[in-house]
Design a protein around this ligand. Structure first.
Ligand code: PLP
Length: 379
């Protein structure tokens, strides 16, 4: 079945007999047992719920994984995956990560006894040089948030397999529509479902997709024990959002390409980081390992004053944290998504007062360009 069809008919499971075309919202905390020691397959919604199960089966199919687990947020998914590891385990992670992942690793995982090396994972030799006897996993985002660095997933997967490490890939920016890390050798795929999968800036969600029974069983045990599950209604919103994933991603990417090319002609814009530009240093890898480039652009303007003027003058584009929805959002990473990262780490990555991040939506590209042009010209 093609991807577009899977988005709509991913899970064939029917949980009721009415013929409802839209999956029902099973808004029930608990399920009655037919007899002592018997179960309908559903006992208590922290553990499983039919609406959520439909969503999970769909995501597993889209990512080409064995199992997908739906969490209340992307951070809940990452936090739960970290529970697979023990004090003393060592991680190698991207040095350019969503600020919340950076905070989790530094403030929670380290307190729990895990140790980390943060490196530019675009450089395979840097990953290799950090491997220690107690290294257990490599955690990457590709492209990274917000600098759009790309990691060659297949090359890293060869290295992790050789060294018996778990490869975890945060696939939030591209979604399985454009990039399928499990097919490239990843072991665990993470999503903030809040972004493109949900797609409408109206709900939070997260996913962990795994491809082996043992990890699935261990993760489901932690999941039912710690309880960061997605509610039936939010599961339904995700099911609905995913139906239009393919057409949204196509339109968002088309818009992003037009905007990135236009930005490249603007005097006040000094650099444009978009993986779909042939001038991007990782363009060739992006082209090889995915079927598209997504719709996230970060760009550097000539001064802090210009950055602030853009943020304060946009009206159609909204100055708000988050990404991936149908509405175009602009973010100031230094103060928002990456606000908790020490300044020297931000400076080292070029996340400064001149850097803005644009999540391109599905409005008319010309309207978005007109608005950016108006604010850049000080109108
Ligand atoms: N991963 C990436 C790449 C993100 O951008 C985000 C949030 O912005 C997250 C994970 C966390 O997701 P959530 O906000 O749903 O907890």
């Amino acid at each position: 079945m093609d991807f577009d069809t899977l988005c709509i008919h991913g899970s064939k499971e029917k949980y009721d007999t009415t013929g409802a075309v839209s999956v029902p919202i099973f808004q029930s905390a608990t399920f009655a047992h037919p007899g002592v020691g018997e179960s309908t397959g559903f006992d208590y919604s922290r553990q499983q719920n039919p609406t959520r199960e439909h969503l999970e089966k769909t995501i597993a199919k889209l990512e080409g994984g064995l199992d997908a687990i739906a969490f209340s947020t992307g951070m809940a998914a990452i936090g739960t995956v970290m529970e697979l590891f023990r004090p003393g385990d060592h991680f190698i992670a991207s040095d350019d990560l969503y600020g919340g992942s950076y905070r989790l690793f530094h403030e929670i995982s380290m307190k729990n006894g895990l140790t980390f090396d943060f490196v530019n994972t675009s450089d395979l030799s840097l990953i290799e040089s950090c491997i220690q006897p107690n290294t257990k996993a490599v955690f990457i985002e590709t492209p990274t948030n917000p600098m759009m660095q790309v990691t060659d997933i297949e090359a890293v997967a060869r290295l992790t397999k050789k060294n018996n490490l778990v490869l975890i890939v945060d696939n939030t920016f591209l979604t399985p529509y454009f990039q399928q890390p499990i097919k490239l050798g990843a072991d665990i795929v993470i999503h903030s479902g809040t972004k493109y999968l949900g797609g409408h800036n109206d709900t939070l969600a997260g996913f962990a997709v795994v491809n082996d029974q043992e990890t699935s069983d261990r993760l489901r045990f932690i999941y039912k024990t710690t309880g960061a599950c997605l509610s039936p209604f939010d599961s339904w919103l995700l099911i609905r959002g995913i139906k239009t994933l393919a057409i949204r991603m196509d339109k968002q990417q088309e818009n992003a390409e037009k905007i990135a090319n236009w930005m490249n002609t603007q005097k006040k814009i000094k650099a444009v980081h978009y993986v779909g530009l042939s001038s991007h240093p990782d363009y060739a890898i992006s082209k090889r390992q995915g079927s598209g480039f997504g719709a996230m652009i970060s760009f550097e303007v000539d001064s802090e004053k210009t950055a602030k003027e853009i943020l304060e003058r946009v009206t159609l584009i909204q100055y708000a944290e988050s990404l991936g929805g149908v509405e175009t959002l602009i973010t100031y990473p230094m103060l928002q998504t990456h606000g908790d990262i020490p300044k020297e780490d931000l400076d080292a990555k070029g996340i400064n007062e001149c850097l803005l991040r644009l999540s391109v939506g599905i409005e008319s590209a010309q309207d978005l360009i007109n608005e950016l042009s108006r604010v850049l010209e000080g109108e």
